[in-house]
Structure formats: structure tokens, C-alpha cells
Write a protein that binds this ligand. Structure first.
Ligand SMILES: Cc1cc2nc3c(=O)[nH]c(=O)nc-3n(C[C@H](O)[C@H](O)[C@H](O)COP(=O)(O)O)c2cc1C
Length: 309
């Protein structure tokens, strides 16, 4: 294939939006090694398998294709620099980042969104790459938003959403779903989402304070709804949040999990919230979530994400 065609093909492949990972292992001397990869894909749940492809020109090709264990670290939005470090020819990439060793000995990158510690299950020869298929032996996911990559550029959906937010009086709410249940707060016989005013702090700090108040371990995902309440001169932002780890609920705050099919029967006085919750129940059934943008009476919904099966 000539150089032009090759570039066109690379650009066409780049139309597929991905996350960014750093794949790590140890070399024969026990030194940590790793490279940035967006060719990661989940493969199978049972057995738990994943794959990543490695270029045959990689300096560490023999180390990766001959290793016992490797790890895939899914980078978070804050880790663009880590991605760049592991994509450039740098002598000691690990000297520039925080990392630790997993029980198996493979290097894990601190603050990543998720990691998978794998035994090397199979190496498949594939043109100018080899496909490393890993059997997941241990994994963890902390729920922080993952770094995106699209047409050669990083993108950060959560940070972008934060930058949309501004106004005199901002209220953030957390729509936390876990195992088909949503966390609701009761006040004087009416239900609402856990919410907090953004005062001096940033939106993410406010959400973290909200999670701490509720004693729930969660992290913000996508913005689910933004609306202006013109009467109260308030901007409302609802974040779809991911629960991470087992949580102990603070019952004093009357936050309680309700199954999604119970939500319809819950008294929700705020009509904007009522229609948001109805939309959420409908959308989570098919895993196709939309972003609402408007005011308390009217607006439009844009669909942006499909839940993985
Ligand atoms: C976003 C991004 C994704 C990448 N994905 C892959 C990949 O999937 N497989 C691969 O072999 N290289 C990939 N690379 C390139 C390697 O990270 C890069 O060539 C690195 O320098 C290889 O290091 P090494 O030769 O020390 O192994 C990617 C680079 C970037 C920036």
C-alpha cells in the first residue's frame, strides 16, 4: 500500500472513537515497560478476555509477546500527559508517573480509570501487528471519566461538560444508578435527586461533597440534563453518576435506593424532574441516553451514548 493510501486508511480507522490505555509488563530484567494503545477491546465475559494489538516495530514487541502477565490501564481524563509519555521514545517512562506493582508483579498506573491484570492467553499474528489476548485475573474500576481519542485528538467529555456550566446560581444533582436502582432523597413527602448548590467550589468538588454527604462512593459520568429555571434564575445540571464500590447510605439524609420500576409511583412534585426521571427509566431500558438542554418547560434531548451490552 502506498503512503497516501496508508494515511487515508489510518484516518478512516481514526473515525472510530476510542478510549486510551497504557499496556504494561516487565522486561526480562524485571524493569517496568509499557506503551500507549487505543486498540484495546473487551472480548469475552466468561472466560474474561480482552485484547490489544501491538505494532511489530515496538521496541518491546518480544517482551510483550513473550510475557506471562501484562496489564491494561484505562487512562482517565486527567492522564493525557501519561498517554503522551508512553507514546514517545522516552528512556524511563515510569520515572515520570506514579505507579505501583500488582500482586502478580505487573506495573499498574495510579489514578487510572480502570485496570486489568491479565495472564497472556494467546498471541495472534496479524499483519504488521500481533494481537495480545489477555485472560483477566484481577481488575478494578474506580468510575472516573475515561480519556477519549478521536481522529488523532484527545477528548474529555466530562471536563467539556464542566466548561458549559456557568451562571449566577448553579445547582448540581446526581442521578446515581446502581443495579437497576436510583438514589432518591425524600423531603416533606416529595422525592428529588440528591442536589447541592455550587458556591465557591467547582462543579466536581460540589459533586464530591454531595457523595460524601450521602456516604456513597460514586463518580460523575456524563451530563444528563441542563436546564435554566427562569423563575428562580437557577441553572440545574444533572450528572449521570457511576457507583464505585459498596456504599453505606446515610439514612439520616433519607437517601434511599429505589428500583427503576418503582420510580413511576414515587411522588415527585417538580414536573421537570418528573419528566427527567421518566426519560431515564425509558432510556436505561435500552441503554441509549440523551442530553436534555433547555429550560424548565421545554428543551430538546440529544442522544449520545449506548450502554455496552
Ligand atoms: C492514542 C495512541 C494510541 C496508540 N495505540 C497503539 C496501539 O494500539 N498499538 C501500538 O502498538 N501502538 C500504539 N500507539 C503507538 C505507541 O504508543 C508508540 O509507538 C510507542 O512509542 C511505542 O513504544 P515502544 O516502541 O517503546 O513500545 C498509540 C499511540 C497513541 C498516541
Amino acid at each position: 500500500m502506498d503512503a497516501d493510501k496508508r494515511r487515508q486508511l489510518r484516518d478512516a480507522f481514526g473515525a472510530f472513537m476510542t478510549g486510551v490505555t497504557v499496556v504494561t509488563t516487565n522486561d526480562r530484567q524485571g524493569n517496568p515497560i509499557g506503551f500507549t494503545a487505543n486498540s484495546f477491546s473487551s472480548v469475552s465475559l466468561d472466560p474474561a478476555l480482552l485484547l490489544v494489538s501491538i505494532d511489530k516495530r515496538s521496541a518491546n514487541f518480544a517482551n510483550f509477546t513473550g510475557c506471562d502477565h501484562f496489564a491494561v490501564n484505562i487512562l482517565s481524563e486527567q492522564q493525557k500527559e501519561t498517554s503522551n509519555i508512553f507514546a514517545q521514545k522516552i528512556e524511563d517512562r515510569f520515572a515520570l508517573i506514579d505507579w505501583r506493582k500488582a500482586d502478580s508483579g505487573v506495573p499498574l498506573i495510579e489514578e487510572s480509570s480502570a485496570w486489568f491484570d491479565c495472564s497472556l492467553h494467546q498471541v495472534v499474528d496479524a499483519g504488521d501487528h500481533a494481537i495480545l489476548i489477555g485472560k483477566v485475573e484481577a481488575f478494578s474500576s474506580c468510575g472516573t471519566a475515561g480519556l477519549g481519542y478521536y481522529r488523532g485528538v484527545y477528548f474529555t467529555p466530562y471536563q467539556n461538560a464542566e466548561s458549559l456550566i456557568g451562571g449566577p446560581d448553579v445547582v448540581v444533582s446526581a442521578l446515581i444508578e446502581s443495579a437497576g436502582q436510583a438514589l432518591m432523597v425524600e423531603k416533606q413527602g416529595s422525592y428529588s435527586l440528591p442536589s447541592r448548590r455550587v458556591n465557591q467550589s467547582s462543579v466536581s468538588e460540589t459533586l464530591n461533597q454531595l457523595f460524601a454527604d450521602l456516604e456513597v462512593q460514586a463518580s460523575p459520568g456524563f451530563v444528563y440534563s441542563i436546564w435554566e429555571d427562569r423563575q428562580k434564575n437557577q441553572q440545574h445540571i444533572v450528572f449521570l453518576c457511576v457507583q464505585s464500590g459498596a456504599s453505606k447510605l446515610n439514612t439520616a439524609r433519607q437517601a434511599q435506593w429505589y428500583s427503576l420500576n418503582q420510580l413511576d409511583a414515587l411522588p415527585i412534585a417538580d414536573s421537570a424532574l418528573k419528566s427527567l426521571m421518566n426519560r431515564f427509566v425509558r432510556e436505561s431500558a435500552v441503554g441509549n441516553y440523551g442530553l436534555y438542554y433547555g429550560d424548565e418547560c421545554q428543551g430538546s434531548v440529544r442522544h449520545f451514548a449506548l450502554k455496552a451490552s
